[in-house]
Design a protein around this ligand. Structure first.
Ligand code: AMP
Length: 554
């Protein structure tokens, strides 16, 4: 296909606003693309290479401006291009504002060797060549090659070439449009196209397979150990959201590190990718070593790499950044900061793709693979908010970030920020409450006070607003019992009334009006965050503040 045809079609697509019409136009483009379908299916989204491909064009804006300036004529410099960009706001518009082709005779710089009409194949060949251009003189070589391309462009072609080169195609073609267009063009089900896109991350290949091999070909497309998949993403959410939507919630610690996807083939390579599918294998040798030691079958695992101290305890997130993506002096950096992987999902295990399996099934497979338990994220399944609080508290205690809540029945949706994975929202506000009552525990905890009654200040005293019972370690309970025991006013059975003396800082998810407590309000999912030793009961929060917090929520 000639590049002029592509530019012409891209212009029509860009001018169209109705989604269905856009799908029709892209469908026609795919049907007419013949031998260039693979490339065209990527170009419409502004991609030169498949999403999983580690190759990058690495053409910075200034290189592109220089090439445009040179193509535009002797009187034009990169500053003029930048000035026009400031005025017009978009590189395609800038490129289309110049007249190219004045520098005849220099077409020899193009990959195709100075033919007349630029073809898609020539553009791709030239750009692929650039991706492997590195080292000294590479800047000049890039400008030369780009100039050669611009020099053969009409204004409209230059518009889309500039956008392609800077990965700013933006003609209104999203992933869903490409999926629908492939399905329509080659008469295959959208769902199967979608699945093939998820496992391959390659729009070009899926389009070609759909055309050449139809449904059967798409069905045969699988994950490949060594080729990254987009990571499933989480939304912010609350325990309330989780328990109101699902029968039970899968709860995991949220590790404070960087996302990694491990691809391990015991008979081949081990590769590690970032959340954006960038390869980070060399920067994180510990992950490769972990795979060599612990994994015997071909696997794709999803997890987090965390910086740890000598005792294996987690260090803050900033420490991981000193290691992640590092290209030089990795051994030296490793001496300063050690990292360790924790895996929470299994996408492929020993020849079997698991994207369609439920989280419960995938985690069970992960447990089989990492039977020693090292590097395995623990998962609890529960419908009890109190148990969830306990897991959250343990996680924070162990130096992690809190919890993730996941739908146990959910499949793995690459690239989706859905509601099936929730990262628990951090507390927006906390309330400092006075402890006005407690209960003696039972069994192992018989000598501890627990289940603390929380109150807020009013003009005439204190009114209750909730109870915190879970999420406090035995060690902490012992300490709190020591502090509170001397303030017991009366005792009835296991229940004690306490003189207002100690102030707890309490996190919560929501404030609700409630007949249960004397203040008329309740803290939903209250969490003990610590004792405010610096505060007397008089400094605790007032009922008025609780009312104003509720107003803010509403
Ligand atoms: P955020 O980066 O705040 O959007 O939170 C989501 C990120 O938390 C994920 O992309 C992971 O990198 C990380 N994470 C830590 N622990 C887990 C876990 N158990 N499950 C899923 N993601 C986790």
């Amino acid at each position: 296909m000639e590049f002029s045809t592509f530019a012409d079609r891209a212009g029509k697509i860009e001018a169209e606003t109705a989604d269905l019409e856009i799908v029709d136009l892209v469908t026609d483009l795919f049907l007419d693309a013949d031998g260039d379908l693979e490339i065209v299916a990527r170009y419409v989204q502004g991609r030169v290479f498949p999403a999983w491909d580690a190759r990058k064009l690495e053409i910075g804006p200034s290189t592109c401006y220089e090439a445009i300036a040179r193509g535009a004529g002797t009187n034009v410099g990169p500053e003029d291009v930048e000035d026009r960009l400031a005025e017009l706001g978009e590189i395609g518009e800038v490129a289309a504002s110049y007249d190219f082709g004045g520098q005849q005779g220099l077409g020899a710089f193009t990959a195709g060797g100075g033919g007349t009409d630029l073809t898609i194949g020539e553009v791709q060949e030239a750009l692929s060549g650039l991706a492997s251009t590195d080292g000294s003189g590479s800047h000049d070589r890039k400008v030369d090659v780009l100039f050669g391309l611009f020099n053969r462009c009409s204004r409209e072609q230059a518009r889309y070439l500039a956008r392609l080169v800077l990965a700013e195609m933006r003609i209104g073609v999203g992933e869903g449009t490409v999926r629908d267009a492939i399905a329509a063009a080659f008469d295959v089900p959208e769902g199967e196209v979608e699945r093939a896109l998820q496992v391959s991350n390659d729009y070009g290949r899926v389009a070609v397979v759909a055309r050449e091999e139809g449904l059967e070909g798409l069905e045969a497309m699988d994950l490949e150990v060594g080729r990254p998949v987009q990571a499933m993403l989480a939304q912010a959410g609350t325990v309330t959201d989780a328990l109101e939507t699902w029968e039970e919630a899968a709860v995991e610690w949220k590790y404070d590190g960087a996302r990694v996807q491990l691809h391990h083939d015991p008979d081949g390579e081990t590769r590690v990718f970032s959340r954006n599918m960038e390869e980070v294998t060399d920067a994180l040798p510990e992950v490769g070593e972990f795979a060599e030691t612990h994994l015997e079958a071909p696997t794709i695992l999803d997890g987090e790499v965390v910086a740890v101290d000598d005792g294996g305890e987690p260090l803050p997130f900033q420490e991981v950044l000193r290691r992640f993506r590092r290209k030089h002096d990795v051994a030296k950096a490793r001496e300063d900061v050690t990292v360790a992987p924790v895996f929470f999902d299994c996408l492929h295990g020993d020849g079997e793709d698991l994207l369609e399996a439920t989280l419960t099934e995938r985690h069970a497979r992960l447990e089989d693979l990492l039977s020693g338990g090292e590097g395995l994220s623990k998962l609890w399944t529960t419908d009890d908010a109190g148990v969830i609080e306990g897991i959250d508290a343990e996680s924070l205690e162990a130096g992690h970030e809190g919890i993730m809540l996941k739908d146990p029945d959910s499949t793995y949706s690459p690239g989706r920020r859905g509601k099936r994975w929730l990262k628990r929202k951090p507390d927006v506000e906390t309330v400092d409450c006075v402890v006005t009552g407690a209960e003696w525990g039972e069994g192992r905890r018989a000598t501890f006070l627990g289940s603390f009654e929380l109150s807020v200040r009013t003009e005439d005293g204190y009114e209750t607003i909730g109870k915190v019972a879970t999420g406090i370690t035995d060690e902490k309970l012992a300490e709190l019992t020591d502090r509170l025991e001397g303030h017991v006013l009366t005792q009835e059975g296991q229940e004690v009334d306490l003189e207002p003396a100690v102030v707890f800082e309490v996190g919560y998810e929501e404030i609700q009006t409630s007949p249960t407590y004397s203040s008329g309000y309740a803290l939903r999912f209250p969490r003990f965050l610590g004792v405010r030793s610096d505060k007397d009961p008089d400094d605790a929060d007032s009922l008025r503040r609780v009312r104003s917090l509720l107003e803010v929520e509403e």
